[in-house]
Design a protein around this ligand. Structure first.
Ligand code: 13P
Length: 287
């Protein structure tokens, strides 16, 4: 059974650790993350972007696959299935499809519109026992070689969105999706502390978890971050392991062409990095 992420993140704030959101792209990804969570007795959040959802043919397919896999693999740790950076329509689609958690990313709207749409979705989600994340201050990223520094959220706006009743809040603090550039200034801890002052015990979400140094992750957790999103790093681990397999000519040996063999090193690599992240975030044995 899938659960909303509210309870697991409340416990994380109290226990001063963070739960990882690992984004899924296909069956192998999902299986690797679920098994790692179970083996390490850790709660886990499976993130699905709208793009990954389309790739997997639609959110109904995703929800059906994840629910069935939790059952078939006898997963007993808390698992939330969460829409990542959802649009307004995308959020409704996932609510319908049976997701247990939603992110509505209204950060690109003027604050009044972000507030109105977030409030509406908070009410809908809560009437169905679904948790909801909102975002203030968009997360930077790389586009056509131009590197955005990552916006820093306004603490007063964070308070306005928090007061709508969202279950956890993503706030930009200089974090960036994808790889961090050489000249990245690091997370803005002053901004994080000011946001925390405004929102109290509401769990904070740190996007762009790939490549943030361990000390910064730990400091962010000590300042109220309770959910950390990781996507690119799993992709890089999968890619490297798959490349090694092919470069070693293993696909040419015997039945090495069988997709179950071809994808196995990448699958194991995802398990390795997810476990490392769970250790760093402190979520092991917190199920
Ligand atoms: P990374 O791809 O940088 O790990 O970011 C993941 C993320 O924040 C998903 O919302």
């Amino acid at each position: 059974m899938l659960v909303s992420a509210t309870e697991m993140l409340k416990k994380a704030v109290e226990g001063k650790y963070a739960v990882g959101q690992f984004n899924i792209n296909n069956l192998e990804w999902t299986k690797a993350i679920l098994l790692t969570a179970q083996e390490n007795n850790s709660p886990v959040i499976l993130g699905v972007s709208e793009g990954a959802g389309k790739y997997m043919t639609g959110m109904k397919t995703v929800a059906a696959m994840v629910k069935a896999m939790v059952e078939d693999l006898k997963i007993t740790v808390p698992v939330a299935l969460h829409l990542d950076h959802g649009s307004y329509d995308g959020a409704y689609g996932c609510i319908e499809a049976g997701f247990s958690s939603i992110m509505f990313d209204g950060s690109h709207y003027p604050i009044e519109e972000n507030i109105a749409k977030t409030k509406e979705l908070v009410d809908v989600c809560h009437s169905k026992g679904i948790s909801i994340e909102a975002e203030v201050g968009s997360i930077g990223g790389e586009e056509d070689g131009v590197v955005g520094a990552g916006e820093v959220a306004d603490p007063a706006e964070c308070k306005m969105i928090a007061d709508l009743g969202v279950d956890f809040l993503a706030a930009g603090i200089g974090n960036i999706h994808g790889k961090y550039p050489e000249n990245w200034k690091g997370l803005d801890f002053d901004a994080l502390a000011k946001i925390k002052d405004q929102i109290g015990d509401l769990p904070l979400v740190l996007h762009g978890g790939t490549g943030i140094p361990a000390e910064m992750i730990q400091k962010a957790i000590s300042l109220g971050v309770a959910k950390i999103n990781v996507n690119t790093e799993c992709q890089l681990y999968f890619q490297e392991a798959t490349r090694k397999y092919i470069e070693a000519g293993k696909d040419l040996e015997g039945k090495g062409f069988d997709p179950r063999k071809l994808l196995a090193p990448g699958f194991e690599a995802i398990k390795t990095i997810v476990k490392e992240k769970m250790e760093l975030f402190g979520s092991i044995n917190k199920a």
